[in-house]
Write a protein that binds this ligand. Structure first.
Ligand code: AMP
Length: 338
């Protein structure tokens, strides 16, 4: 299927899956809150309290069927990877193939949607969610959002990489969330990134107003006109430069947990962001509840399950919470080449 067909099929596939009872929609209300020059969109979603807690995952069981929320265990008592075949036919939207690498992908609807039309780009073969994005994966993600944009539909993509990134499934998947038409350019963080005047384009930069380490690369506004091989070169070079900076930031933290690094990736038409992560959750002081933070939180879109949690979040301040689950910026040292 072409990216254009995928994008055009999402709404009808979503409606059909919802109607069939294979997709669950959790209604929420959006509260805006300004912190660190970002207008955060906090979704309050009480319906999520009824969603069963997902079993914890084993990110290192590469290739094995893993615990999931899809349902019944198989005969050996294991449950199955929801991102491996057979797919739920109502959540399956179509296949995609990368022209350069011949790598295959599947588009699935998110079974638990807080925002309608939230979908996933999943590797056809099992690959680990702890692995960095490959050139073909970056190209597919960018092509999907640029194709959508040409059709007047605005999405941004995100990838939660590693055990402490807020990911809940170990099979490699990039996610796509629709944006309101008035936020066509990107999620709240994009407004801050868009205001930065770059002296040297084509070089990573950092949003220094933010409380947490962040590494950003500005993409050419004409990137969607580039030939495929050139698009792949630009995206993978940007990703590698940002990943080097993530690793450098992590190396400056003497208490970083052992194991593979965790980070969040966000992709809009104008920027690629990488945010190093030290832990997945923040425990709210007032309620004792664990707030799980993934890429969406850093993009400026946090999710809470009650008004009580919202108040607790306001009391502690979003920047403090994000700093706690992220890392301290060492941008100045990095600029000096240390
Ligand atoms: P993450 O939590 O970042 O690993 O993302 C996993 C995504 O997959 C979440 O948006 C889940 O709601 C979604 N999800 C979980 N189980 C399924 C499933 N069986 N089918 C489709 N999407 C799912």
């Amino acid at each position: 299927m072409s990216p254009r067909q995928i994008i055009s099929n999402i709404p009808q596939s979503y409606e059909a899956a919802l109607k069939a009872g294979d997709l669950f929609f959790f209604p929420s209300t959006v509260i805006k809150l300004v912190d660190s020059d970002i207008e955060f969109e906090i979704r309050v979603c009480p319906a999520l309290q009824k969603k069963p807690t997902l079993p914890s995952l084993h990110f290192d069981t590469v290739g094995l069927p893993v615990e999931s929320d899809r349902g019944a265990p198989d005969i050996k008592g294991r449950t199955l990877d929801p991102f491996s075949p057979p797919y739920n036919p109502n959540l399956y939207v179509g296949d995609l193939k990368d022209e350069e690498s011949q790598e295959e992908f599947v588009i699935l609807l998110n079974k638990f949607s807080v925002v309608p039309h939230h979908f996933l780009l999943v590797t056809k073969e099992f690959k680990s969610q702890t692995s960095p994005l490959l050139p073909s994966e970056l190209v597919q993600a960018y092509t999907l959002i640029s194709t959508a944009s040409r059709a007047g539909k605005h999405f941004f993509a995100f990838y939660n990489c590693g055990e402490n990134s807020g990911a809940s499934q170990p099979h490699k998947h990039i996610q796509f969330i629709p944006l309101n038409p008035e936020d066509a350019k990107g999620p709240p963080i994009e407004h801050l990134a868009g205001q930065v005047n770059l002296e040297t384009p084509d070089k990573p930069f950092s949003l220094t107003k933010l409380s947490f380490a962040n590494h950003v690369f500005r993409l050419s506004p004409r990137l969607d006109t580039y030939p495929l091989d050139e698009l792949e070169r630009v995206l993978s070079s940007a990703f590698m430069q940002l990943l080097d900076l993530v690793i450098s930031t992590i190396r400056h933290d003497p208490d970083y947990p052992p194991g593979k690094p965790s980070y969040n990736v966000m992709l809009t038409l104008n920027h690629l962001y990488l945010i190093p992560r030290r832990r997945e959750t923040h425990t709210l002081q007032a309620t004792g509840e664990k707030l799980s933070v993934n890429a969406l939180g850093f993009a400026g879109m946090l999710l809470v399950k009650s008004h009580e949690e919202l108040e607790a979040l306001k009391d502690e301040s979003i920047s403090k919470i994000l700093r706690g689950v992220g890392l301290q910026s060492v941008h100045d040292l990095q600029v000096e080449g240390q």
